[in-house]
Design a protein around this ligand. Structure first.
Ligand code: KG4
Ligand code: ZN
Length: 338
């Protein structure tokens, strides 16, 4: 298919993102976050997120266009996150995307949020090898995928979390430790001064009879809460707790991701999602991939967390593969499977 400028819009959670991609190249992108508005509630409040998208969407699209040096009329296709995510938040992005596509007379594509996270890496490192294993770790997801051709084949879910996502575990434990929201970055910072061997936190689902690619983090959350309670009000050695928790999460994530590559004979591992920003997840991934002869690809942080460029990247693949556009009555699928 011929290539056009694809506008990608992301609004599944608390980030409003717009990105412009043509021929696999990132032309410009902008993100606005309502994270600060959720901080005092300790988590994303769906209604606040949806209202914030209403205000942020048009300016964010404008900033992405400015960065790319393009005008609205240069847009040749619109891609939008159709799910999974918060229904009201998704709805705002979808309504905006439909309006733009209809107004400009260009095709509309519905994109799966996780496919977006996978495609983010193509903007940094070029096309993905076929096949590759992708570890998606964010506040909402922890999944190991076998990816072939994003534009044509549905990806294979090798395993998912049975309960909490890894980022959710960081966020919830941070709260127990008295660290600020979002907890992931706070745990990462606190862990710098801690001993990762101080607390022997469990490594869930790593036994010989466990599903090698399934994850579980709610037990870790409970173990961390028990450990905190055991201090009975005395000052917590937060740095040691944070370093030990981070080590347990990084150990489980990287062990399973590398095992999946070896089992499926795949030589490339891609790690994406907000938790890919974690310093220990990164360093342990690098170590273990190097030992196993696996090429590791991790996009830069700004492409790891939710953004519109990753959605535009999938849209661009769909356009170039000649995929059929979505009808204008496309609806959001808050829990759509990939
Ligand atoms: O991909 P993302 O921006 O949003 C989705 O959840 O889709 O990921 C956000 C998650 C949050 O749980 C946040 O705490 C976590 O990523 N996170 C981190 C770090 N930076 C962000 N977790 C651990 N260490 C970090 N440095
Ligand atoms: Zn995400």
């Amino acid at each position: 298919g011929s290539s056009v400028v694809v506008l990608g819009i992301e609004s599944s959670c608390d980030e409003t993102g717009a990105g412009l991609v043509r021929d696999g190249r990132l032309l410009g992108h902008a993100v606005a976050s309502s994270m600060d508005e959720h901080a005092r509630f300790g988590g994303v409040v769906p209604e606040i997120a949806a209202r914030a998208h209403v205000h942020a969407l048009r300016p964010v699209v404008g900033r992405a266009l400015d960065e790319a040096g393009l005008r609205m009329t240069d847009i040749g296709a619109v891609a939008v996150t159709a799910g999974p995510g918060l229904a009201g938040a998704l709805q705002v992005g979808l309504a905006g995307a439909k309006g733009l596509a209809y107004g400009l007379g260009v095709p509309l594509y519905g994109v799966h949020h996780l496919a977006g996270h996978v495609a983010a890496d193509t903007l940094a490192h070029g096309p993905l090898p076929d096949p590759c294993v992708v570890l998606i770790v964010s506040g909402g997801h922890t999944s190991l995928l076998l990816v072939r051709d994003l534009a044509r084949d549905p990806v294979v879910h090798l395993g998912d979390t049975r309960d909490d996502a890894a980022g959710e575990c960081f966020d919830k434990v941070a709260r127990v430790f008295g660290l600020p929201y979002p907890g992931g970055p706070a745990i990462d910072r606190a862990a710098r001064d801690g001993d990762p061997r101080a607390v022997a936190f469990p490594r869930p689902l790593t036994g010989p009879r466990d599903d090698p690619y399934a994850f579980s983090f709610s037990g870790l959350k409970t173990a961390a809460a028990r450990w905190a309670e055991s201090y009975g009000g005395r000052p917590l050695p937060v740095a040691d707790g944070a370093a030990s928790l981070q080590e347990a999460v990084a150990d489980v994530l990287t062990r399973k991701a590398v095992a999946a590559c070896l089992a499926y004979g795949v030589d490339t591992l891609v790690v994406v999602g907000g938790v890919a920003a974690n310093s220990r997840v990164r360093s342990l991934c690098e170590e273990r991939c190097a030992d196993a002869g696996i090429l590791l690809r991790v996009p830069p942080l700004r492409l790891c967390t939710d953004n519109g460029a990753m959605i535009a990247a999938v849209g661009d693949l769909l356009v170039r593969a000649g995929a059929a556009p979505a009808p204008l009555d496309l609806t959001v699928g808050p829990s759509a499977p990939l």
